[in-house]
Design a protein around this ligand. Structure first.
Ligand code: SAH
Ligand code: SF4
Ligand code: F3S
Length: 439
């Protein structure tokens, strides 16, 4: 491979979940610390990092089309690095299928990105998909600037092995980052401008650690310590698994004012047979009972979830149990997906795959129900007065956008600034946003 000048500018494009957004930020900080600068909007970058997601089939296909699209009009291309979960799962294949890709780096090794980019510029294509778990965080530069809302990865990996899911293979085994590191990173984020921190993990509520007195604590304990910082106004966490929802965390929702009344708690399906085949280890009923306890602790909590329709063998009446569960919960928002067979997962080789047209129809029915509930939840918020954390300017002059405690997008006009918490009366609700008036 020919040598190329060392790249001076970079762009990181992240796909998939919020952890990829976090990783993308950390990669940008790493490249900047190495002397490179982010490419300006509309400007070609010398280095493009595609921080990929492997969760569904389309996500992988997208990577190859993105690689193709990076070719410039004069036939040249930037130095391309593929990071993230597709890199982890299909690194070898990418290297052979896409000669324009010079670096492949998995989610647990991206601290090595600068040296790999230097190697690539010197003519050596490089792949790194080791899983040294904690080594990565220690090797990253310290946090500096932050938007008002920041992500903080506290837990990574998954040991649950739901039969449809690639995450245990792409992110590796569950690890919890040490308490002291998290307290320090949170402090730096707040000093850099963060007013809200969302704690991230594939199973974030499985986080455990030892506090500064050596006591064993869970996510609620961590949240309580972080909440003591007066400049940090809001704490959120995502994504949780129903089985790791501890009594302590449930209680914290009733006690800790800074813990926002929002919970993303994926259920995936409403049929116990399907849940068992998915290896979810909860039933529809145990999930509903859990929600009852959470709502008892925090009655106004907004609930969110993930759903898969058309898991292998799912019958129409089993799918309809998902609709019943949705009716019973009344979600404030949710994500729903057609089952996508992922190579290497147990479900991929299960019998009775559901035809695409049937999945389409089920997804439409499910989304109609979820959209109905989302609008209803937003409409029920009208006339409430609440705090909004201002995140950015809106499209119209004098307009601002931010989030309510229940994670609804709120827009309003008037005097405000980014990072401020303002009091807003909610006046008109749409399916995806709410109009508010400054109080
Ligand atoms: N750790 C989280 C999220 C994992 S990925 C959790 O367990 O909740 C986010 C969502 O993608 C999952 O909740 C699931 O709804 C969906 N998903 C995962 N694998 C999928 C597949 N093979 N096909 C379709 N959707 C899938
Ligand atoms: Fe995937 Fe299940 Fe782990 Fe979530 S809990 S990341 S769906 S294996
Ligand atoms: Fe996708 Fe990996 Fe996140 S597969 S959803 S980027 S953990």
């Amino acid at each position: 491979m020919a040598t190329t000048p060392a790249p001076k500018t970079f762009r990181v494009k992240s796909f998939g979940c919020q952890m990829n957004v976090y990783d993308g930020e950390r990669m940008s900080e790493l490249l900047a610390a190495d002397g490179m600068s982010p490419a300006l909007e509309g400007e070609d970058a010398d280095l493009v990092v595609l921080n990929t997601c492997h969760i569904r089939e389309k996500a992988t296909e997208k990577v190859y089309s993105d690689i193709g699209r990076l070719r410039r009009e004069d036939g040249s291309a930037p130095l391309i690095a593929v990071a993230g979960c597709v890199a982890q799962a299909e690194g070898e294949e990418i290297m052979s299928r896409a000669p324009s890709v010079k670096v492949v780096v998995g989610p647990q090794s991206y601290h090595r990105l600068p040296e790999m980019v230097a190697d690539a510029a010197a003519g050596k294509r490089a792949t790194e998909t080791d899983m040294p778990a904690e080594a990565k965080f220690a090797a990253l530069p310290k946090r500096r600037k932050s938007a008002p809302t920041a992500f903080l990865t506290v837990q990574e990996g998954c040991d649950k092995f739901c039969t449809y899911c690639v995450v245990p293979y792409t992110r590796g085994a569950e690890i919890s980052r040490p308490f002291a590191d998290l307290v320090e990173e949170a402090k730096l984020l707040v000093a850099g401008g963060a007013r809200e921190i969302t704690l991230l993990g594939q199973n974030v509520n499985a986080w455990t650690g030892e506090d500064d007195k050596g006591r064993s604590i869970g996510l609620d304990g961590l949240a309580r310590v972080l909440a003591a910082d007066p400049d940090l106004k809001r704490i959120r966490y995502t994504t949780s698994h129903p089985n790791d929802m501890t009594d302590g965390l449930i209680a914290a929702h009733g006690e800790l004012e800074k813990l926002m009344p929002f919970l993303h708690l994926p259920v995936q399906a409403g049929s116990d047979r399907v849940l068992k085949a998915m290896n979810r280890s909860h039933t529809a009923d145990s999930y509903l009972k859990l929600l009852e306890r959470i709502r008892a602790a925090r009655p106004d909590i907004a609930l969110s979830g993930d759903f898969i329709v058309g898991f292998p063998g799912e019958t129409t009446s089993e799918f309809e149990e998902t609709l019943h569960l949705v009716d019973a919960v009344g979600y404030a928002q949710a994500f729903s997906f057609k089952y996508s067979a992922r190579p290497g997962t147990p479900a991929a080789t299960m019998p009775d795959h559901v035809p695409a047209v049937v999945m389409d129809e089920r997804l439409q029915r499910l989304q109609a129900a979820l959209n109905r509930d989302q609008l209803a939840f937003n409409q029920a918020s009208v006339r409430k007065t609440c705090e909004v954390l201002v995140e950015r300017k809106g499209k119209h002059p004098g307009q601002w956008l931010g989030k309510s405690p229940w994670l609804q997008s709120v827009h309003f006009t008037g005097e405000a600034e980014i990072g401020q918490i303002v009091t807003v009366k909610l006046v008109e609700a749409g399916p995806n946003s709410i109009a508010g008036q400054l109080v």
